[in-house]
Design a protein around this ligand. Structure first.
Ligand SMILES: Nc1ncnc2c1ncn2[C@@H]1O[C@H](COP(=O)(O)OP(=O)(O)OP(=O)(O)O)[C@@H](O)[C@H]1O
Length: 244
Protein backbone atom coordinates (compact mmCIF):
# COMPACT_ATOMS: atom_id res chain seq x y z
CA UNK A 1 0.00 0.00 0.00
CA UNK A 2 1.11 3.58 -0.67
CA UNK A 3 1.01 6.17 2.11
CA UNK A 4 -1.27 9.03 1.06
CA UNK A 5 -0.39 10.82 4.27
CA UNK A 6 2.86 10.55 6.23
CA UNK A 7 3.26 12.49 9.45
CA UNK A 8 6.70 12.17 11.06
CA UNK A 9 7.57 13.68 14.42
CA UNK A 10 5.12 16.59 13.99
CA UNK A 11 5.51 19.27 16.65
CA UNK A 12 3.47 22.43 17.19
CA UNK A 13 3.51 23.81 20.69
CA UNK A 14 1.35 26.52 22.23
CA UNK A 15 1.74 28.33 25.47
CA UNK A 16 -0.46 27.70 27.32
CA UNK A 17 -1.91 24.64 25.59
CA UNK A 18 -0.79 21.23 24.59
CA UNK A 19 -0.67 21.41 20.80
CA UNK A 20 1.01 18.45 19.09
CA UNK A 21 4.21 16.95 20.50
CA UNK A 22 5.98 14.61 18.12
CA UNK A 23 3.22 12.72 16.33
CA UNK A 24 4.02 10.07 13.72
CA UNK A 25 1.28 8.33 11.73
CA UNK A 26 0.27 7.35 8.21
CA UNK A 27 -2.89 6.98 6.16
CA UNK A 28 -2.60 4.42 3.39
CA UNK A 29 -4.60 4.11 0.18
CA UNK A 30 -7.94 2.48 0.91
CA UNK A 31 -7.61 3.04 4.66
CA UNK A 32 -9.86 4.72 7.19
CA UNK A 33 -7.63 5.79 10.07
CA UNK A 34 -9.46 7.16 13.10
CA UNK A 35 -8.06 9.55 15.69
CA UNK A 36 -9.64 9.47 19.11
CA UNK A 37 -8.80 11.10 22.42
CA UNK A 38 -10.19 13.28 25.18
CA UNK A 39 -10.99 16.97 24.67
CA UNK A 40 -7.83 18.95 24.06
CA UNK A 41 -5.75 15.89 23.10
CA UNK A 42 -4.49 17.57 19.92
CA UNK A 43 -6.61 15.96 17.19
CA UNK A 44 -7.78 19.18 15.55
CA UNK A 45 -4.35 20.77 15.84
CA UNK A 46 -2.81 17.79 14.06
CA UNK A 47 -5.39 18.07 11.27
CA UNK A 48 -4.72 21.81 10.94
CA UNK A 49 -1.00 21.01 10.52
CA UNK A 50 -1.79 18.37 7.90
CA UNK A 51 -3.92 20.86 5.97
CA UNK A 52 -1.31 23.61 6.12
CA UNK A 53 -3.54 25.80 8.32
CA UNK A 54 -0.91 25.90 11.08
CA UNK A 55 2.84 25.78 10.69
CA UNK A 56 4.97 22.93 11.97
CA UNK A 57 7.68 23.82 14.51
CA UNK A 58 9.50 20.62 13.59
CA UNK A 59 8.86 17.31 11.92
CA UNK A 60 7.58 16.49 8.48
CA UNK A 61 4.16 16.04 6.87
CA UNK A 62 3.76 14.71 3.32
CA UNK A 63 0.66 14.23 1.24
CA UNK A 64 1.18 11.64 -1.51
CA UNK A 65 4.91 12.24 -1.09
CA UNK A 66 4.82 16.06 -1.27
CA UNK A 67 5.77 18.08 1.85
CA UNK A 68 2.80 20.19 2.93
CA UNK A 69 4.81 23.41 2.63
CA UNK A 70 5.36 22.60 -1.07
CA UNK A 71 1.79 21.64 -1.97
CA UNK A 72 0.47 23.54 -4.97
CA UNK A 73 -3.15 24.47 -5.64
CA UNK A 74 -3.66 21.53 -7.97
CA UNK A 75 -2.29 19.09 -5.38
CA UNK A 76 -4.59 20.49 -2.69
CA UNK A 77 -7.53 19.67 -4.97
CA UNK A 78 -6.87 15.99 -4.21
CA UNK A 79 -7.53 16.66 -0.51
CA UNK A 80 -11.04 17.06 0.89
CA UNK A 81 -11.46 18.33 4.42
CA UNK A 82 -13.91 19.44 7.02
CA UNK A 83 -12.68 20.75 10.35
CA UNK A 84 -14.72 21.34 13.48
CA UNK A 85 -16.79 24.21 12.04
CA UNK A 86 -18.00 23.24 8.54
CA UNK A 87 -17.08 25.98 6.11
CA UNK A 88 -19.78 27.62 4.01
CA UNK A 89 -20.36 31.16 2.73
CA UNK A 90 -23.30 32.15 4.97
CA UNK A 91 -24.99 34.45 2.45
CA UNK A 92 -24.84 31.98 -0.44
CA UNK A 93 -27.43 29.27 -0.96
CA UNK A 94 -26.48 25.63 -0.49
CA UNK A 95 -26.50 25.22 -4.27
CA UNK A 96 -24.27 28.28 -4.80
CA UNK A 97 -21.84 27.09 -2.10
CA UNK A 98 -21.54 23.74 -3.86
CA UNK A 99 -21.03 25.43 -7.19
CA UNK A 100 -18.25 27.65 -5.80
CA UNK A 101 -16.65 24.57 -4.22
CA UNK A 102 -16.86 22.69 -7.52
CA UNK A 103 -15.16 25.54 -9.38
CA UNK A 104 -12.46 25.82 -6.69
CA UNK A 105 -11.87 22.07 -7.09
CA UNK A 106 -11.09 22.82 -10.71
CA UNK A 107 -14.25 21.49 -12.35
CA UNK A 108 -15.02 23.32 -15.60
CA UNK A 109 -18.13 25.52 -15.71
CA UNK A 110 -19.74 23.05 -18.13
CA UNK A 111 -19.81 20.23 -15.53
CA UNK A 112 -19.65 22.11 -12.21
CA UNK A 113 -23.39 22.88 -11.99
CA UNK A 114 -24.39 19.27 -12.57
CA UNK A 115 -21.73 18.00 -10.13
CA UNK A 116 -22.94 20.50 -7.51
CA UNK A 117 -26.56 19.44 -7.94
CA UNK A 118 -25.68 15.75 -7.70
CA UNK A 119 -23.50 16.30 -4.61
CA UNK A 120 -26.38 18.15 -2.91
CA UNK A 121 -28.81 15.34 -3.73
CA UNK A 122 -26.34 12.69 -2.52
CA UNK A 123 -25.98 14.63 0.75
CA UNK A 124 -29.76 14.67 1.23
CA UNK A 125 -29.84 18.43 0.72
CA UNK A 126 -31.82 18.54 -2.54
CA UNK A 127 -34.78 20.24 -0.83
CA UNK A 128 -32.48 22.89 0.67
CA UNK A 129 -30.67 23.89 -2.51
CA UNK A 130 -32.17 27.40 -2.50
CA UNK A 131 -31.67 28.01 1.24
CA UNK A 132 -28.87 30.33 2.37
CA UNK A 133 -26.18 28.47 4.35
CA UNK A 134 -26.71 30.67 7.41
CA UNK A 135 -30.34 29.50 7.58
CA UNK A 136 -29.51 25.80 7.46
CA UNK A 137 -29.81 23.74 10.64
CA UNK A 138 -26.54 22.72 12.29
CA UNK A 139 -26.87 19.16 10.96
CA UNK A 140 -27.62 20.33 7.43
CA UNK A 141 -24.65 22.73 7.57
CA UNK A 142 -22.53 19.75 8.50
CA UNK A 143 -24.00 17.77 5.60
CA UNK A 144 -23.11 20.68 3.31
CA UNK A 145 -19.55 20.82 4.69
CA UNK A 146 -19.17 17.08 4.12
CA UNK A 147 -20.58 17.32 0.61
CA UNK A 148 -18.02 20.03 -0.17
CA UNK A 149 -15.22 17.92 1.35
CA UNK A 150 -16.19 14.85 -0.65
CA UNK A 151 -16.84 16.60 -3.96
CA UNK A 152 -15.02 15.17 -6.98
CA UNK A 153 -13.51 12.13 -5.24
CA UNK A 154 -10.50 13.52 -3.33
CA UNK A 155 -7.76 10.94 -2.75
CA UNK A 156 -7.33 12.01 0.86
CA UNK A 157 -10.13 13.04 3.21
CA UNK A 158 -9.41 14.76 6.55
CA UNK A 159 -12.56 14.98 8.64
CA UNK A 160 -12.73 16.39 12.16
CA UNK A 161 -15.72 15.04 14.09
CA UNK A 162 -17.85 14.73 10.97
CA UNK A 163 -20.83 13.11 12.71
CA UNK A 164 -21.29 15.34 15.74
CA UNK A 165 -24.36 17.19 14.43
CA UNK A 166 -25.74 14.49 12.13
CA UNK A 167 -28.97 12.60 12.75
CA UNK A 168 -28.82 8.76 12.77
CA UNK A 169 -29.68 8.60 9.05
CA UNK A 170 -26.85 11.04 8.32
CA UNK A 171 -24.41 9.00 10.41
CA UNK A 172 -25.27 5.79 8.54
CA UNK A 173 -25.09 7.56 5.19
CA UNK A 174 -21.66 9.02 5.96
CA UNK A 175 -20.42 5.63 7.16
CA UNK A 176 -21.46 4.00 3.88
CA UNK A 177 -19.97 6.78 1.80
CA UNK A 178 -16.63 6.63 3.60
CA UNK A 179 -16.55 2.86 3.22
CA UNK A 180 -17.21 3.15 -0.51
CA UNK A 181 -14.57 5.87 -0.92
CA UNK A 182 -12.00 3.78 0.90
CA UNK A 183 -12.92 0.72 -1.20
CA UNK A 184 -12.17 2.84 -4.28
CA UNK A 185 -8.72 3.65 -2.88
CA UNK A 186 -9.18 6.93 -1.00
CA UNK A 187 -7.46 7.43 2.36
CA UNK A 188 -9.46 8.89 5.25
CA UNK A 189 -8.23 10.46 8.48
CA UNK A 190 -11.22 11.00 10.76
CA UNK A 191 -11.50 12.15 14.36
CA UNK A 192 -14.47 11.27 16.51
CA UNK A 193 -15.71 10.91 20.05
CA UNK A 194 -18.16 8.20 19.00
CA UNK A 195 -16.12 5.06 19.54
CA UNK A 196 -18.81 2.63 18.39
CA UNK A 197 -19.18 4.52 15.14
CA UNK A 198 -15.43 4.71 14.65
CA UNK A 199 -15.09 0.97 15.23
CA UNK A 200 -17.57 0.33 12.43
CA UNK A 201 -15.56 2.12 9.76
CA UNK A 202 -11.93 2.38 10.85
CA UNK A 203 -9.18 -0.01 9.82
CA UNK A 204 -6.93 1.56 12.49
CA UNK A 205 -7.71 3.61 15.59
CA UNK A 206 -4.99 5.80 17.07
CA UNK A 207 -5.39 7.33 20.52
CA UNK A 208 -3.98 10.81 21.16
CA UNK A 209 -3.36 12.09 24.65
CA UNK A 210 -1.92 15.47 25.62
CA UNK A 211 -0.49 16.06 22.15
CA UNK A 212 1.13 12.65 21.74
CA UNK A 213 0.14 9.22 20.51
CA UNK A 214 -0.74 7.08 23.50
CA UNK A 215 -1.39 3.86 21.58
CA UNK A 216 -3.89 2.11 19.35
CA UNK A 217 -7.26 0.43 19.81
CA UNK A 218 -8.42 -2.68 18.01
CA UNK A 219 -11.49 -1.73 15.91
CA UNK A 220 -12.77 -5.28 16.39
CA UNK A 221 -12.22 -5.18 20.14
CA UNK A 222 -14.88 -5.08 22.84
CA UNK A 223 -15.49 -2.24 25.31
CA UNK A 224 -13.52 0.37 23.42
CA UNK A 225 -14.41 3.07 25.95
CA UNK A 226 -12.75 1.10 28.69
CA UNK A 227 -9.72 0.40 26.49
CA UNK A 228 -9.46 4.13 25.67
CA UNK A 229 -9.57 5.19 29.31
CA UNK A 230 -7.03 2.51 30.28
CA UNK A 231 -4.64 3.75 27.59
CA UNK A 232 -5.04 7.39 28.58
CA UNK A 233 -4.61 6.59 32.25
CA UNK A 234 -1.45 4.56 31.74
CA UNK A 235 -0.07 7.28 29.45
CA UNK A 236 -0.76 9.91 32.15
CA UNK A 237 0.92 7.71 34.77
CA UNK A 238 3.99 7.22 32.55
CA UNK A 239 4.31 11.00 32.13
CA UNK A 240 3.97 11.56 35.87
CA UNK A 241 6.68 8.96 36.57
CA UNK A 242 8.98 10.59 33.99
CA UNK A 243 8.41 14.00 35.56
CA UNK A 244 9.61 12.88 39.04
N1 LIG B 1 -4.11 28.52 18.28
C1 LIG B 1 -3.93 27.99 19.49
N2 LIG B 1 -3.49 28.76 20.52
C2 LIG B 1 -3.29 28.25 21.75
N3 LIG B 1 -3.51 26.96 22.07
C3 LIG B 1 -3.94 26.14 21.09
C4 LIG B 1 -4.18 26.61 19.76
N4 LIG B 1 -4.59 25.56 19.00
C5 LIG B 1 -4.62 24.49 19.83
N5 LIG B 1 -4.24 24.84 21.08
C6 LIG B 1 -4.16 23.96 22.23
O1 LIG B 1 -3.75 22.67 21.81
C7 LIG B 1 -4.44 21.67 22.57
C8 LIG B 1 -5.09 20.69 21.65
O2 LIG B 1 -6.30 21.26 21.12
P1 LIG B 1 -7.13 20.55 19.98
O3 LIG B 1 -8.24 21.46 19.60
O4 LIG B 1 -6.21 20.10 18.92
O5 LIG B 1 -7.70 19.26 20.72
P2 LIG B 1 -8.77 18.19 20.24
O6 LIG B 1 -8.18 16.85 20.51
O7 LIG B 1 -9.21 18.47 18.86
O8 LIG B 1 -9.94 18.45 21.27
P3 LIG B 1 -11.55 18.29 21.14
O9 LIG B 1 -11.83 16.83 21.23
O10 LIG B 1 -12.02 19.05 22.34
O11 LIG B 1 -11.98 18.91 19.86
C9 LIG B 1 -5.37 22.39 23.51
O12 LIG B 1 -4.71 22.51 24.75
C10 LIG B 1 -5.54 23.74 22.86
O13 LIG B 1 -5.82 24.73 23.80
Amino acid sequence: MTALLEVTGAVRSYSPGVGVRGVTLTVEEGEVHALVGLNGAGKTTLMRLILGMARLRSGDIRIAGTPVARMTGSRWRCVGHMLDRPFAYPELTAQRNMLVAARLRGLPASTAAEAARKALDDAGLGDYAAVRARRLSQGNRQRLGLAVAMLDEPRLLVLDEPTNALDPAGVIDLRERLRRRAARGAGVLVSSHHLDEVARIAHRITVMNRGEIAGTLDPGGTDLERALFDLVLSDDERRNRERV
